[in-house]
Design a protein around this ligand. Structure first.
Ligand code: DAH
Length: 340
């Protein structure tokens, strides 16, 4: 038996030297230490050993078993170590390599200007409301004092979806939606997309507007001019002045077109202002009493002012862009020039 154990021990050492993976280690366990392994076989052979010798031989086998388990444990730790080394080698990072560049996006110029405009008006106490882009005829025209067959409807070439449903042609229907749900004092901005069947260097079938509405007791045209003065100075330059020209919109009376003194030439006349010294930036006026009435607000008690600003126009003026198409072509070479 002694000889047998000795031979098995040698065999085991040889096998162990070849064990360099988890799979081989587990095969080793099965062959030597498993239920049907060599050591279990030795135990079975104990029956054939003479009775007096049995305790001594049994002890020998047990010692060998403990020894084999120890060697197994050592090898297992060694394999852990080898695997870790291998993993470290595989996952090694060369921190001196140049990093791959991550493309960083930029805000679209229209968004930059819209946010800037909202900021300026928010500082004057305006809140923001957003209305739907698909509107009904009632909100877009009729309740804004533009009844069916009114010639003023021709001012806005409309995309109709059905007889009564359309893509809003301006952000003004937002006024109605706000006044339907809020009582004065009201001070809101309605930014958003608007749509008209119109397309050339200065017109796009989809563009952006920013509507403003203030309703309270004693609001006059002077309030409009005061607010817009503030607005253009903050958006363009502290020296810029505004000028109101009479105009016509069915939803305001009186109606005005607002010009700013040319910030390129200071009013002397240049290419940007077409040699007039002034640049038109928006339309506005005193809210027509019919519009207030249509929203259940008594025009004998309250009055309001409203304005609509084209965001593309402000963006083009601010950055000196001469073709509106550039804003919608999504050419990264153009868009990357704008940083928030
Ligand atoms: N909705 C007008 C347009 O798109 C702009 C406008 C004019 C808005 C006068 C107003 C306003 O609120 O009072 O042409």
């Amino acid at each position: 038996m002694d000889q047998k154990i000795k031979a098995l021990r040698e065999q085991m050492e040889q096998r162990l030297n070849l064990v360099d993976s988890r799979e081989k280690l587990s095969a080793f366990w099965q062959d030597f230490l498993g239920k049907k392994g060599s050591i279990a076989e030795l135990m079975k052979g104990l029956g054939a050993v003479a009775k007096e010798e049995r305790p001594a031989v049994g002890k020998l086998i047990n010692e060998f078993k403990t020894f084999a388990e120890q060697r197994y444990q050592e090898r297992s730790e060694k394999i852990d170590e080898l695997e870790l080394q291998e993993r470290n080698r595989r996952e090694q990072v060369d921190i001196t390599l140049p990093s791959s560049r991550r493309q960083q996006g930029t805000m679209h110029p229209i968004s930059i200007v819209r946010n800037e405009m909202i900021n300026v008006f928010a500082n004057m106490g305006f809140e923001v409301f957003e209305g739907p882009e698909i509107e009904d005829d009632d909100h877009n025209f009729t309740r804004l004092n533009v009844p069916k067959d009114h010639p003023a409807r021709d001012m806005q070439d409309t995309f109709y979806i059905s007889e009564d449903i359309l893509l809003r042609t301006h952000t003004s229907p937002g006024q109605i939606r706000v006044m339907d749900h809020e009582k004065p004092p009201i001070k809101v901005l309605v930014p958003g997309r608007v749509f008209r069947s119109d397309s050339d260097a200065t017109h796009s079938p989809m563009f952006h507007q920013m509507e403003g509405l203030v309703v309270d007791k004693g609001i006059t045209l002077c309030d409009l001019q005061g607010m817009l003065d503030q607005f253009v100075r903050r958006m363009f330059d502290a020296e810029v002045r505004t000028r109101l020209r009479p105009s016509y919109f069915p939803f305001t009376e009186p109606s005005v077109e607002v010009d700013v003194s040319c910030f390129e030439c200071g009013g002397k006349g240049c290419g940007l202002c077409k040699h007039t010294g002034w640049i038109e930036v928006l339309g506005g006026g005193v809210v027509h009493p019919n519009v207030l009435k249509n929203c259940g607000i008594d025009p004998d008690v309250y009055s309001g002012i409203a304005f609509g600003i084209g965001i593309e126009r402000i963006t083009m003026l601010k950055y000196g862009i001469n073709n509106m198409g550039l804003l919608f072509e999504n050419d990264l070479r153009f868009l990357k020039q704008f940083k928030d």
